[in-house]
Design a protein around this ligand. Structure first.
Ligand code: NAD
Ligand code: ZN
Length: 361
């Protein structure tokens, strides 16, 4: 047996108002007046007070990100080319000294992906998979403004490519620095707050009930689940702090375990029907009573408490071709199903089972 030797984020700052320390962190990376930093920021912040606090100086470049769709390889490549063209005109073609991703899981993943693609040739679609990245990325910093995905902690950046939705998983993907400032997640619209938060809750349920679990992953997963319960069942006054830590710890737990049935089904919904990750997970989780009875029960209490209603009957008008594609996508995620059923998962995960689950959504 070989154990996973995984990399974690080496430097992190946590605390309300800590965003203001970004300037100091970047000062350590800047050496000459030609040096520049690239800020990739969710455009939801464009007309908000945060925009005025982004510490750009000199030749720095600020790009507002469009996250209407979840990150695509084509978008990553276009952003990378935009940075390279700017570098050619303004910095003798040198790479930026740091790439800063600010926003939710989508923006955090775009920050990681652009930092990787600036030092690895050939386009992001060719690196979707495990440990295909050859060269270290440009220094990169992640700053979440909505919590739940654990993207701030993970070694992947999830991308939709020409023929699959799959991350660029590598040690180089991991952020060099993260800044977790609970102030930044204040005022996130309620539904989105819930869907993204449930991503974390579901990561924990899937990991803790999975065959891959070990004490390392359990330690993080249990604490993260406790925090989710405090946030979503108790309206704790420190909810922002708690959710931010739940997300980080959920990400740490998954690093040494795996997600399960919900994520497998949700990937199908997202790839074929375009559902975003958070809401797609909620729709899928709501039909998984047989897999995670206690987890689903508590999830429904959380939905009720926060007046969340999920879309229903979403697959009833789906073409047979799309249904088959969704089933293929879900059943292709071998490690997720192995985490659910163990090594003999193939006998259990039949097209009929997946079709019946999708039909209930
Ligand atoms: P998101 O980043 O797509 O953002 C969701 C919405 O919230 C967007 O409209 C965004 O503009 C808005 N938003 C973000 N911050 C806000 C704020 N402070 N105030 C108001 N609105 C705000 O959503 P997400 O759920 O965080 O991320 C989903 C993405 O993360 C998916 O692409 C998924 O594949 C990816 N993901 C990655 C990992 C990983 O480990 N890399 C893990 C899970 C999910
Ligand atoms: Zn997830």
């Amino acid at each position: 047996m070989k154990f996973r030797n995984f990399k974690t984020v080496p430097k992190m700052i946590f605390g309300r108002g800590s965003f203001d320390q970004l300037d100091d962190v970047l000062a350590d990376e800047r050496n000459s007046s030609d040096d520049f930093v690239v800020f990739l920021v969710d455009e939801v912040h464009k007309d908000k007070p945060l925009a005025q606090r982004i510490p750009t100086i000199g030749k720095d470049m600020l790009i507002w990100l469009d996250v209407t769709d979840e990150p695509k390889t084509t978008y990553v490549d276009a952003l990378t080319e935009q940075v390279q063209a700017y570098a050619k005109d303004n910095a003798n073609g040198n790479n930026p000294v740091s790439v800063v991703g600010i926003g939710g899981g989508s923006s955090l993943d775009l920050g990681k992906a652009v930092a990787l693609m600036l030092t690895n040739e050939g386009g992001s679609a060719s690196y979707q998979g495990w440990d295909l990245i050859k060269n270290p990325a440009v220094h990169h910093i992640g700053i979440p403004t909505i919590s739940g995905t654990g993207a701030e902690a993970s070694r992947t950046t999830v991308l939709t490519g020409p023929d699959k939705k799959l991350g660029m998983n590598s040690d180089y993907t991991v952020y060099d620095q993260i800044i977790m400032d609970p102030d930044l997640i204040q005022g996130v619209p309620k539904d989105q707050w819930f869907y993204t938060g449930m991503d974390c809750y579901i990561h924990n349920i899937e990991a803790l009930n999975g065959t891959y679990i070990n004490e390392f992953a359990r330690a993080f997963g249990e604490k993260s689940l406790d925090l989710c319960n405090e946030v979503f069942l108790q309206d704790h006054p420190d909810s922002d702090e708690k959710l931010m830590m739940a997300s980080y710890m959920g990400g740490q737990s998954i690093a040494y375990s795996q997600v399960g049935a919900c994520h497998a089904l949700s990937y199908g919904l997202s790839y074929v029907m375009g559902y975003h990750h958070g809401i797609g997970n909620c729709i899928a989780f709501d039909v998984l009573d047989d897999f995670y009875p206690e987890g689903v029960k508590v999830f429904r209490e959380m939905m009720k408490k926060h007046n969340i209603t999920l879309p229903k009957g979403i697959t009833k008008d789906l073409s047979e071709e799309d249904m088959e594609k969704m089933i293929r996508t879900a059943s292709g995620l071998a490690p997720l199903w192995e985490n659910v059923y163990g090594p003999s998962w193939k006998e259990k995960v039949t097209p009929e089972l997946l079709r019946s689950l999708y039909s209930k959504m």
